[in-house]
Design a protein. Structure first.
Length: 587
């Protein structure tokens, strides 16, 4: 610290705070009430996805203030900023869902631009909903600055009191938004009244926080810990808990330690760290969306870690954490029995964790796990030697329907239901399929094929939760199968295959299927095939009229459709770290 000031000669913020030429810039900082000392300390971006769109994001602003306290206490100067979020629970089941996956790229891009434009030295990023978690972590890895991620926390489970006028299946048990989507199916098939539905909707989501099951937000929150970007156990506490503020304060202090030690995001996010992240998804029966987000995050580090690599890890990882939607418990329950660190200790016992990976604490995964004295409770977290099933809750598929691969969640599905053969029932978009379910114009044994919902063809790779939840509500979740070049919500259950690639818009085989084609999905072998010869598929390809024209001829979704690549590589929109010509920290 020469002249009593922090030595910023190698930090990006020197470009805006140091030397006579930066007097105009410093005048802006004085205008905001900053002291001379604060101006010459490291500038730490505190980025949140706070908004009033949904409960997932509403508590992020509060936690950001605690992060700032932690940064200040460790001689740093926090600078808070926000970016967008598109919340899937609100966007689900209509045109708004096209904005969801594209928002991941917008979050990463806007955080990158804000950090670059103001020359911030490090980042603590807070996110609460689905795409905002990978989006924020992608920005950290892309910038390769000292980085700490903090999840906003999960929602508390809802509950209907005994004696309430709802079907008995909803009484005296934890409820999540998944139950609401499935209740719509019950109401549509006459097993629930609209009045009963209205009672449920008032109690299912009782607090701030992201969806409570092991859906996409909680899956990616577990990833943030397992990969090392988040402090141990920081993802577990529900959003309303005051302990979240302590994790926030600790995250602010931690990023200052990373600056001092020059530990950057890519020092943490190595190939081995991505393998650890995939393990946590598999053993918790996490969201299939991880098969999209982990490759996209790896792309930012210049690491080839595609859907097939993710699925390879899923294949030999036991499933031993009993979380919704395949199991019984919610994020709050996992937190109360020790959270992600206890899960990782079980993985370590089976030799399934790379212990040497660096974390945001400045210590390795192994060193952090050594500090933890808790053991598996046997109810939420089973011992790894006696798992729920011996392979992961998510399986990769390949075959002549999906040469680039596809993904299916089998957590909670008995082995006898993991092989399905049936006639194709073709739908050109999700809405057509949803209407078929509503009107019961399908038969038991059908294989729903929903196409033109891929990243480019949608555009936006929508989730199909409204359709799958309605099927479950009608009691048909295991009696039909569904395949799509779109995605599924982490809350989806039933035999549902997503991320089929190449997508229809890129001329993949899914574009060539016809009603009645016999499709076999085998999640035990990892295959998905249609009973057609290569010659027949080639003839259909030659006669194919080309991609369906969408309504999106301009704007953000048009731009996204032009840029986006295949789902198996993460549906990314730029060349990634392999094409970099500079490091932001060294400019």
């Amino acid at each position: 610290m020469p002249n009593g000031k922090f030595d910023k000669s190698k930090l990006p913020s020197r470009h805006v705070t140091e030397g006579p030429a930066r007097a105009p810039h410093r005048s802006y900082y004085y205008a905001m009430g900053m002291t001379e000392e604060e101006i010459h300390q490291p500038l730490v971006g505190v980025a949140t996805c706070w908004n009033e769109a949904a409960p997932c994001n509403i508590a992020l602003n509060r936690q950001a203030q605690s992060v700032k306290v932690g940064v200040k206490g460790a001689a740093g100067t926090p600078r808070e900023f926000t970016t967008i979020t598109v919340t899937d629970g609100i966007a689900m089941g209509h045109e708004g869902m096209r904005s969801s996956l594209a928002s991941r790229e917008a979050i990463a891009d806007t955080v990158e631009l804000t950090m670059r434009g103001h020359c911030y030295d490090a980042i603590v990023g807070l996110a609460g909903c689905d795409k905002s978690l990978p989006g924020m972590m992608m920005a950290m890895i892309r910038l390769n600055v000292p980085s700490v991620f903090l999840y906003g926390g999960s929602i508390l489970p809802g509950r209907v009191a005994s004696g309430a006028a709802v079907p008995p299946a909803y009484l005296d048990r934890d409820l999540t938004v998944q139950d609401m989507f499935e209740a719509v199916g019950h109401q549509q098939n006459g097993t629930m009244t609209e009045a009963e539905l209205e009672i449920l909707e008032r109690v299912a989501c009782p607090s701030a926080g992201a969806c409570g099951g092991q859906f996409t937000a909680n899956t990616m929150a577990c990833v943030s810990e397992a990969i090392g970007l988040a402090l141990p156990n920081s993802s577990g506490a529900p959003a309303p808990y005051e302990s979240r503020d302590e994790y926030a304060k600790a995250s602010g202090a931690a990023v200052m330690n990373l600056i001092e030690k020059n530990i950057r995001a890519r020092d943490i996010c190595t190939r081995e760290a991505f393998e650890n992240a995939a393990r946590i998804v598999a053993c918790t029966g996490g969201s299939t969306n991880a098969g999209l987000h982990l490759p996209a995050m790896a792309h930012e580090a210049g690491i080839d870690f595609f859907l097939e690599d993710v699925c390879e890890i899923f294949r030999d990882t036991p499933y031993f954490v009993d979380l919704k939607p395949g199991g019984q418990y919610v994020a709050k329950d996992l937190y109360e029995v020790g959270g992600v660190p206890v899960v990782m200790k079980e993985l370590r016992k089976a030799g399934l964790i790379h212990e040497d990976c660096m974390t945001a604490t400045g210590y390795s995964i192994g060193e952090e796990l050594d500090k933890n004295t808790l053991e598996a409770d046997g109810k939420v977290i089973y011992p790894v030697e006696t798992p729920i099933t011996k392979t992961g809750g998510v399986v990769g598929l390949k075959g002549n329907v999906a040469p680039e691969g596809a993904i299916v969640k089998v957590a909670g599905i008995e082995p006898q239901h993991q092989i399905f053969t049936g006639p194709a029932r073709i739908f050109e978009c999700e809405q057509d399929a949803f209407e078929s379910v509503q009107n019961r114009t399908y038969a038991e044994g059908d294989v729903f094929v929903i196409r033109n919902e891929g990243p480019a063809g949608g555009p936006g790779m929508r989730e199909m939760l409204a359709t799958t939840a309605a099927l479950s509500g009608q009691g048909m979740g295991k009696k039909v199968a569904l395949i799509t070049d779109g995605r599924f919500s982490g809350a989806t259950r039933g035999f549902c295959v997503g991320h089929v690639g190449p997508e229809a818009a890129h001329g993949g085989p899914i574009a060539l299927l016809k009603d009645g084609d016999v499709i076999t999905i085998n999640a035990i072998e990892g295959s998905i095939n249609v009973d057609l010869s290569d010659e027949e598929l080639a003839e259909r390809k030659a006669a194919w009229a080309g991609p369906r024209e969408t309504l999106y001829g301009s704007g953000a979704l048009w731009k996204y459709a032009q840029l986006v690549g295949g789902a198996y590589k993460g549906a990314v929109t730029h060349p990634g770290a392999k094409a970099e010509r500079h490091d932001y920290m060294d400019l």
